[in-house]
Structure formats: structure tokens, C-alpha cells
Design a protein. Structure first.
Length: 222
């Protein structure tokens, strides 16, 4: 079983289920962090001390406060850990049920498990930790099995995501061509962008770009 675990969550109450699962598994060397930047520093120090963490359990959303942070979300922390310290196993532990977010973490970031915070959080997290340790297939909470049956996001590619992201940041459609050229995103012709936005509006049945962005945010696309 894992012997050294890092838990990242900014709400103490959320750690009750985590503590219960870890205690029942006999894992005593557990470190807690409330900020993603703080968590990454703890991981770096553990690596330097040659006492690395074996498992990271992280929430995804963190409430902003007075502290300036580089890593704004659990997703950013997890992506950085997976890139720099791929030997660390990762379990995303969140209330987020959005299909795109979950698929991205499992299929692109390649976390070992995604556990939904719910009434059965402790038992599910315990099961996920056991499966991850044994090296079996990735774990996804039973209540989230619909994610891979959801076709809503399967036809959306990275170009669409970039379009939605820039629209959400306030870049008007008329300026998107110049913004894409500035960012080095191709294709970036005005006609291509117009056609793709029209396709997205039709696909999501959005009345206008603002409505489109609202739908995209609800789905976790941006």
C-alpha cells in the first residue's frame, strides 16, 4: 500500500472522508495543503529530500483569496505533476460532474482515478486508492459512468476549445482572426473562424456568442 500521500483541498470539512479512507488503509504519512502552489512546493521538497510522495489526491476547484497564486486550480496542479513527476499516482477528488473535464483528466492528463465527492466518498476513495496501488485499470466513480456515453463533447476538437476560450476571455468574433495569428493558431482565416463559430452555435443551439460561451462553461469546455 502507499506509504506517503499528499492531499490538496482548501476546505477542512472535505478532508474528513479522505482521512477516513487513508486511516482505514493504514496510511499514516499524510501531508495536507490548501493551495496548489503550496502543494507543488511540498512535492519538490520531498523529491529533493529523496522521500517522494507516492500518491496525490487533489480537489479541482480552489476559492481565490488574498494570496497571489500561479496555479489556480487542481487541474493545473495535476497537469504539472504529471508532466514533471510522472511516477506520482494521481486521484482527482471533486464534485465536478462535467463530462469534458473528466474526460480530459482521464484521457489527456492521464490521472489514475476520478472520484466524485458524494455520500459514499470515503468508501469510493478507499476503493480507488486500492485499485490505483494494485496497478489495475483506472477508476471512475459509478455515478460518472455516463461520461463515456455522453457524445456532446466527442465532436469538439482543440480548435473549437481555443475558439470558445478566446470568446470567454472577451475577444470579439471580428478580432478572432488577429488573435489566432498572434497566438500562432491555425487555421486562422476569417472565413474559417466564422464557419466554425456558426457550427458551434448550431451544435449547441446557442442564440449568440455570449449564449455559446455560457453553454460551454456549463459543460466544462472552458
Amino acid at each position: 500500500m502507499f506509504t506517503k500521500v499528499l492531499v490538496v483541498d482548501d476546505i477542512d470539512l472535505n478532508n474528513i472522508a479522505t482521512e477516513k479512507a487513508l486511516t482505514e488503509l493504514g496510511i499514516n504519512d499524510v501531508t495536507y495543503a490548501k493551495y496548489c502552489d503550496e502543494a507543488l512546493l511540498k512535492i519538490k521538497k520531498a523529491e529533493l529530500d529523496r522521500k517522494p510522495f507516492e500518491l496525490l489526491v487533489s480537489d479541482l476547484s480552489f476559492k481565490a483569496d488574498h494570496r497571489d497564486t500561479v496555479l489556480k486550480s487542481g487541474e493545473e496542479l495535476i497537469a504539472e505533476v504529471k508532466k514533471v513527476y510522472p511516477h506520482i499516482k494521481v486521484i482527482a477528488f471533486s464534485i465536478d460532474e462535467r463530462s469534458y473535464t473528466i474526460k480530459k483528466l482521464l484521457d489527456e492528463t492521464e490521472v489514475e482515478a476520478y472520484v466524485l465527492k458524494s455520500r459514499n466518498s470515503s468508501s469510493e476513495l478507499k476503493k480507488a486508492i486500492q485499485l490505483v496501488y494494485s496497478g489495475e485499470d483506472r477508476y471512475l466513480s459509478p455515478d460518472l459512468q455516463f461520461v463515456y456515453q455522453d457524445k456532446t463533447t466527442s465532436e469538439i476538437d482543440n480548435f473549437d476549445i481555443q475558439l470558445l476560450k478566446q470568446l470567454s476571455l472577451g475577444v470579439p468574433q471580428d478580432a478572432m482572426e488577429y488573435k489566432f495569428k498572434e497566438l500562432g493558431i491555425t487555421p486562422n482565416s476569417k472565413s474559417t473562424i466564422e464557419k466554425r463559430i456558426a457550427k458551434l452555435k448550431d451544435y449547441f443551439k446557442a442564440n449568440n456568442p455570449t449564449h455559446l460561451v455560457a453553454i460551454a462553461k456549463d459543460l466544462g469546455l472552458v
